[in-house]
Ligand binder design. Structure first.
Ligand code: 5GP
Length: 237
């Protein structure tokens, strides 16, 4: 179902669909990277796990009224999505302080953000994805003021929906990164992936980190942790 390779990123390959040229096939890779590509490894099964997990999350978000590029899971490692032009912004939502915000602004680890905090980063490998403000985002991308407002509101709605979703499998949604893309008709929708690669998830009982930090910090077996998340999701009623 996939033809021409359009783009290869760190975690996914993007192909044009042979069946419908307006649609794309995302193929999840087994590669793991961190610290802007400085740390790299490959884990057999990672692509399948992220594809399975994000293929459960996007339909849940659709049920919650959140439109996205996702259409359907195609195979173990592939999903069919609407073609979008990615807005080069990483929209990060934080419920609890950890990661870059503790280093950048000195927040004490585990400080609760209530209301949750929304941050914008410029998606640019060469510049190492710097933190930017709204005015920078309007200059660096083609989004309009009203669209930026809507993206931030949407990010908070997604946070509310995802917190509940992960709470139902005993995980605290600490923070996560979203990307948005523009459809051919001009609308901006949620794109890319939502998975333990892009979220921080802590076990509610044990506080165990169950996300890509296991790889970033080298503290455990990424595959075992992602398997556990998928098992919990599959057992969810
Ligand atoms: P931080 O800014 O603390 O490094 O990351 C905040 C949240 O956004 C974390 O959940 C992290 O996984 C996610 N995130 C930020 N940037 C990236 C990125 O470039 N790739 C991925 N996979 N996740 C990111």
């Amino acid at each position: 179902m996939k033809a021409e390779l359009l783009y290869e990123g760190k975690a996914k390959k993007v192909y044009r669909s042979t069946i419908d040229p307006n649609k794309l096939v995302l193929a999840y890779k087994n590669d793991a990277t961190a610290f802007n590509g400085k740390k790299k490894d490959t884990y057999v099964g990672k692509g399948r796990l992220n594809n399975e997990i994000s293929s459960l999350i996007f339909p849940y978000l659709h049920e919650c009224g959140i439109e996205s590029h996702f259409i359907q899971k195609l195979s173990d490692t592939e999903q069919l999505v609407h073609e979008t032009k990615i807005v080069p912004l990483e929209v990060v939502v934080r419920n609890v302080a950890t990661g870059s915000i503790t280093k950048r602004l000195g927040f004490k680890e585990k400080t609760l953000f209530s209301p949750p905090l929304v941050e914008l980063f410029y998606k640019n490998d060469r510049l190492e994805d710097p933190l930017i403000n709204d005015d920078h985002a309007l200059l660096l991308t083609d989004i309009r003021t009203q669209e930026l407002r809507e993206i931030k509101v949407k990010a908070l709605e997604i946070n509310t929906a995802l917190r509940e979703f992960f709470q139902s499998i005993q995980l605290l949604l600490v923070d996560f990164k979203l990307e948005f893309g523009r459809l051919p008709d001009g609308r901006i929708v949620l794109s890319d992936e939502i998975s333990p690669d892009t979220c921080r998830l802590w076990d509610i009982e044990t506080n165990q980190k169950m996300d890509k930090d296991v790889f970033r910090l080298g503290t455990g077996n990424l595959i075992l942790v992602y398997e556990q998340i998928l098992q919990r999701l599959e057992a969810r009623v």
